[in-house]
Design a binder for this molecule. Structure first.
Ligand SMILES: N[C@@H](CCC(=O)N[C@@H](CS)C(=O)NCC(=O)O)C(=O)O
Length: 240
């Protein structure tokens, strides 16, 4: 079996898209946790991407690197054995999800900056505890710069709410495109940014879980949280 490695952040909705698609298609791979900033140079070398913006997930295959979650899902569709995930409706839902996730990133970064516990949890490198806070805050500052994640809290929540209103209106029979597809996976990532799914699927330490939780929105969209939970129950296959 050729060696395939998925490099990503296990809690990130973008990485989740890629993992879900690979698992759906029963494609074996090794998961490698990416350390933002610190891991960038090495990943650039492995992915043969010396310049331009580098983000994860990236799938490293013997035939080269596949970057971007949607391209990885389409790659999985092209070699996998499961039902096809990519459908035309993804083009409609992707900009809606990206706008919401951009806002969510700003909220999560701010929440991590305000939580010593989440900061400590976010630094997996072996180092004295006292250094983890400053290291985490340096990381959030770099990500904020990279993604320009600077929304006032209310504006960010409104953007997320707009996407969730669209999701609520778009679901028919539990799906966005007639049957289970990448459109559902993409939009479930927005729900992740108001109430993370159970640890069985995406384990999060307590401070990190809190940083990803928006209590007001989670209450207002409890029906979509239930939809997302059911989607995982029915369609989230465990890694091969
Ligand atoms: N368009 C990309 C976006 C991926 C993305 O935004 N990745 C973020 C996830 S939080 C990332 O790599 N963050 C860490 C970093 O930039 O170093 C995709 O769909 O894969």
């Amino acid at each position: 079996m050729p060696k395939v490695t998925l490099v990503g952040l296990h809690y990130s909705p973008w990485t989740q898209r890629a993992q879900w698609a690979l698992d759906h298609h029963r494609i074996g791979y090794t998961f490698e946790h990416y350390i933002p900033v610190v891991g960038e140079l090495l990943l650039r070398a492995r992915a043969r991407k010396p310049t331009g913006r580098l983000s994860v997930p990236i799938l490293l295959t013997p035939h080269g690197a596949v970057s971007d979650s949607i391209r990885i899902a389409r790659h999985a569709d092209s070699i996998g054995s499961g039902s096809k995930l990519y459908v035309d409706a993804v083009e409609r839902w992707l900009p809606i999800a990206e706008s919401a996730l951009d806002a969510a990133r700003a909220l999560v970064l701010r929440a991590v900056e305000a939580s010593p516990l989440a900061q400590e949890e976010s630094v997996s490198l072996p180092m004295p505890r006292a250094l983890k806070g400053p290291t985490a805050r340096f990381g959030t500052m770099m990500l904020r710069r990279k993604y320009g994640a600077r929304y006032p809290e209310q504006e960010a929540e409104e953007r997320i709410a707009e996407a969730l209103d669209a999701l609520r209106a778009g679901l028919v029979g539990g799906y966005l495109a007639g049957d289970f597809s990448l459109a559902d996976i993409v939009m479930s990532g927005v729900v992740q940014a108001i109430k993370p799914v159970d640890d069985r699927y995406i384990p999060l330490q307590p401070g990190t879980r809190e940083a990803w939780t928006r209590p007001r929105l989670a209450e207002r969209y409890a029906d979509l949280v239930a939809w997302r939970d059911q989607l995982f129950e029915q369609h989230r296959r465990q890694p091969s």
